[in-house]
Design a binder for this molecule. Sequence first.
Ligand code: ZN
Length: 196
Amino acid sequence: MDSLDLLIKNLSKLPGVGKKSASRIAYSLLNSSMGFNETLGLEIMEIQSKIKKCSICGNYSESEICEICASFNRDKSLLCIVEQPQDIQTIESTGDYRGLFHVLGGVLAPLDGIGPEELNLLKLVERVKKENIQEIIIATNPTLEGDSTALYIAHILKDSDISITRIASGLPVGGDFEYADKLSISRAFRGRRELI
Ligand SMILES: [Zn+2]
């Protein structure tokens, strides 16, 4: 296997990149300037050491605390719970939501060995005690695991004095947050319902 085949093989391991796209990218890189390839290579190499997880919410950040948590312009009475840091980006792109976030780092999936201990739940309970949160909006994906995780969170927070809501099922059932369009996300937020 030569270098080009190897690059195509590795690129096709990336999400959303099939063999055909991988081949197009590889040939395009082959024709790119040396400077472009070097910069890209360096960015890929440094991404994991430069980007950490925010110590408050779990969002990706280059500093200890992410921009959203550090901002004075966010509504600190609202906390939206998402599965992954990339979901924050999706919700932020709608421009509708001005509250804070909390990243779980996954959903409960007992068959895959993912229990409550594997998720960022202890910190959530801590935040609920310390911060002045009035509403928690659970925005896990509309899948079986996303729904049962939402119920689990509602259950562990049921004694708090906070309104716990779940976004409406405007998103395609079983679909992924990541691929939903802005309008569907805005609608799902507006149509959220009290969970308990
Ligand atoms: Zn943060």
